[in-house]
Design a protein around this ligand. Structure first.
Ligand SMILES: CC(C)(COP(=O)(O)OP(=O)(O)OC[C@H]1O[C@@H](n2cnc3c(N)ncnc32)[C@H](O)[C@@H]1OP(=O)(O)O)[C@@H](O)C(=O)NCCC(=O)NCCS
Length: 135
């Protein structure tokens, strides 16, 4: 049985292990511990999924709680994928701020996933990377 918790404290080591075990660690700065710790600490909706004592999934979001929730990371351990855990993590995230719309940037391998679980593709989304400048 998988248990879901909101804002349950997790150590940096547990988080790094999960990001590695889900493959998301390949696209997040898990080797820069100061930066990665700040990513965890500054999220204000963090849902975690647990198989007994094993951390198996995370949805890490930044939300104003009433208008927009940015889902920054969604990750499920490869050993536990395709069991509905990703879906449950997003349902718990939405339930934490039910008036807010959920926004995210999809990894290439996950773009079919989000359509499959009911998200709409946003053609009006824009981004500014940290190295880019407003001109
Ligand atoms: C993407 C990810 C979070 C999905 O989590 P998951 O727990 O395996 O997915 P779920 O079990 O909730 O899947 C729900 C449904 O989507 C389908 N699905 C799962 N992964 C999919 C994919 N990559 N593409 C299309 N459909 C997918 C499942 O088959 C399931 O279908 P069903 O409801 O018809 O049975 C997980 O694969 C993961 O952690 N990937 C690596 C990290 C990553 O890329 N994260 C996303 C960053 S944007």
């Amino acid at each position: 049985m998988i248990e879901y918790h909101r804002d349950r404290p997790i150590t940096l080591a547990l988080a790094i292990d999960l990001y590695r075990a889900s493959t998301l660690g390949e696209r997040r700065p898990i080797d820069d511990e100061t930066r990665f710790a700040a990513m965890l600490a500054n999220a204000n909706i963090t849902i975690t999924a647990w198989d007994r004592e094993l951390l198996v999934g995370i949805a890490r979001s930044i939300s104003d709680m009433v208008w927009t929730t940015y889902l920054a990371d969604l990750a499920v351990r490869v050993s536990h994928q395709r069991r509905g855990i990703g879906k449950q993590l997003m349902q718990h995230t939405q339930a934490a701020a039910p008036q807010a719309k959920l926004l995210l940037l999809a990894a290439p391998a996950a773009s079919d996933y989000y359509a499959h679980v009911g998200l709409a593709h946003a053609a009006n989304a824009w981004r500014l990377d940290p190295t880019a400048r407003i001109t």
